[in-house]
Design a protein around this ligand. Structure first.
Ligand code: DON
Length: 322
């Protein structure tokens, strides 16, 4: 960052003014008291609903955070785009899409429905995420598979040792996972999984991935890696191929925000992924990654403040893709 600053190569030369604007959006959106914390996983219902954090990391590695940005929260569904990237890297697009579609489902994230080919609609909903989990290094022992996922997160967050695991959420998640078990068995019955898939291990692995935790600081770096075509801006290490990022951002754009994805793509015009713990990962390609965390959710399951923030951001800056 310092070298780029001296040479005048930073992507946002007047980063201070930009940060001031972000602070002002934070103050404004923090007044919104709407929404409810997710309670279908009891442990998630116990977080402080007033937490609010925003972090930014540009593709030149400029960073800014405000609010509760060093407090961990569960990534939940934000594991979905990252797991999708991992399987694209491992198997390539053709193999991956023999097992999962790339069309919005038009129904809720845990909908008990498959597409006309008896495959999950896309990797951003539960059925599709269970499917991508089945494709992540299935030959490894469970402990090694989990470590593999954490290592990937470490790469895309710039090796800050920022990834953790919330065991209580994991146990709670597993106890309340009847729908996910149903989805798994339904897909098994339809022959959607790769041969030799161990369904119970796959589900277990999916619950573990949802229970990974981190803070907005680190998540913004992951988002910036996606904004930067797969190269982590803090380490300059390539974590994935351009094409993987292209595919992932395309599906985040069309399917990343539950039943609000079409509306989000229309009004905000940026690829994003939300999670039921109130996290929101927003990517502005070639410019920056943003992570927002605020646990109160709207009726679609998206963070109320996260949506408010995104709306206000594109009102003040011309970030909408079109
Ligand atoms: O599978 C579940 O029930 C959740 N843990 C998924 C989390 C989530 O954020 C829903 N997203 N699409």
């Amino acid at each position: 960052v310092i070298k780029d600053a001296i040479q005048g190569n930073l992507i946002i030369p007047d980063f201070n003014s930009f940060c001031k604007e972000i602070m002002s959006i934070y103050e404004l959106t923090n007044k919104n008291k709407g929404g409810n914390v997710a309670t279908y996983i009891p442990q998630l219902g116990r977080v402080d609903p007033e937490k609010y954090a925003i972090s930014i990391c540009t593709v030149s590695g400029q960073q800014f955070s405000i609010g509760d940005s060093t407090e961990d929260f569960c990534i939940q569904s934000i594991c979905k785009p990252v797991n999708y990237c991992m399987v694209l890297e491992e198997h390539g697009e053709d193999v991956v899409h023999q097992h999962v579609g790339r069309e919005p489902s038009g129904i809720g994230f845990n909908g008990l429905v498959l597409n006309e080919n008896n495959l999950p609609h896309n990797p951003m909903i539960n059925a599709g995420a269970i499917m991508t989990c089945s494709l992540i290094r299935p030959e490894l022992e469970m402990a090694d598979r989990f470590e593999y996922v954490l290592n990937f997160w470490n790469k895309i967050t710039g090796h800050q040792n920022a990834m953790g695991f919330n065991n209580s959420v994991y146990l709670s998640e597993k106890e309340t996972a009847d729908r996910n078990f149903a989805l798994g068995y339904y897909m098994k019955e339809k022959g959607a999984f790769p041969e030799h898939t161990n369904l119970l291990n796959t589900l277990e692995f999916y619950f573990q991935c949802c229970s990974i935790q981190t803070d907005t600081n680190a998540m913004a770096v992951a988002a910036a890696t996606l904004a930067n075509s797969g190269i982590c801006p803090l380490t300059n290490e390539r974590a994935m191929e351009n094409n993987t990022v292209k595919n992932c951002l395309s599906l985040m754009n069309s399917c990343g925000m539950y039943d609000f994805s079409g509306e989000f793509a229309f009004t905000i015009g940026l690829p994003a992924k939300s999670g039921v713990a109130g996290g929101l990962m927003l990517v502005i390609p070639n410019l920056m990654g943003i992570a927002i965390w605020s646990p109160k959710l709207d009726k679609s399951g998206n963070s109320v403040k996260g949506i408010e923030f995104s709306k206000e951001l594109v009102k003040r800056y011309n970030f909408h893709s079109y």
